[in-house]
Design a binder for this molecule. Sequence first.
Ligand code: SF4
Length: 219
Amino acid sequence: MTVLHDAVLDWYDANARDLPWRSATATPWSVMVSEFMLQQTPVSRVLPVHEAWMERWPTPADLAAEPTGEAVRAWGRLGYPRRALRLHAAATAIVEQHDGEVPATYDELIALPGVGDYTAAAIATFAYGKRHVVLDTNVRRVFARTLSGVEFPAQSVNKAERELAAGVLPQDEPTAATWSVAVMELGALVCTAANPSCTRCPVADQCAWRAAGHPAYDG
Ligand code: SF4
């Protein structure tokens, strides 16, 4: 696996986008807000709204102190505004149960309103550098292609897929955290759903789907 790890991690080092929620000074709250916003909205549309939210509500307590209607209004055109209500509810729970600090463990995170498996794993990983399997659409597609030799993953995450992802997760915590964001970025920028750029892919020589001649997805 080291070859795969090195290829993806080196590529990420050279090509990662500079996003505010990935900066060294990003707070766990900034990461959490970004994860809610990115669930169904592309990065380019999330960026300005995320910036405005961080200016207006730099901590969970700042958001929790305002009526829910303000959160929905400030959600703007991100779509699925129910996410703003969930984020407000989560901020309120963080204030009431965690002294206003975004909790660091998966178990505490998943207990928050509106936080499911993916979001809990993503916040623990990206905000606190923990070691978790983080399976979003991009990561799932990269693994389906490189490891399983199929164009797309199953409709929803199953046990075998989770085990496969766990099997390639680097052992040490900081590397595992970077690995998760690096695979995600590879899926977002290179191994895209419709037009994967295999010619500039760092794992092209290790990709099972490419080796098989890019067979069409048969469901
Ligand atoms: S070789 Fe192509 S299909 Fe395989 S991971 Fe890279 S971009 Fe995706």
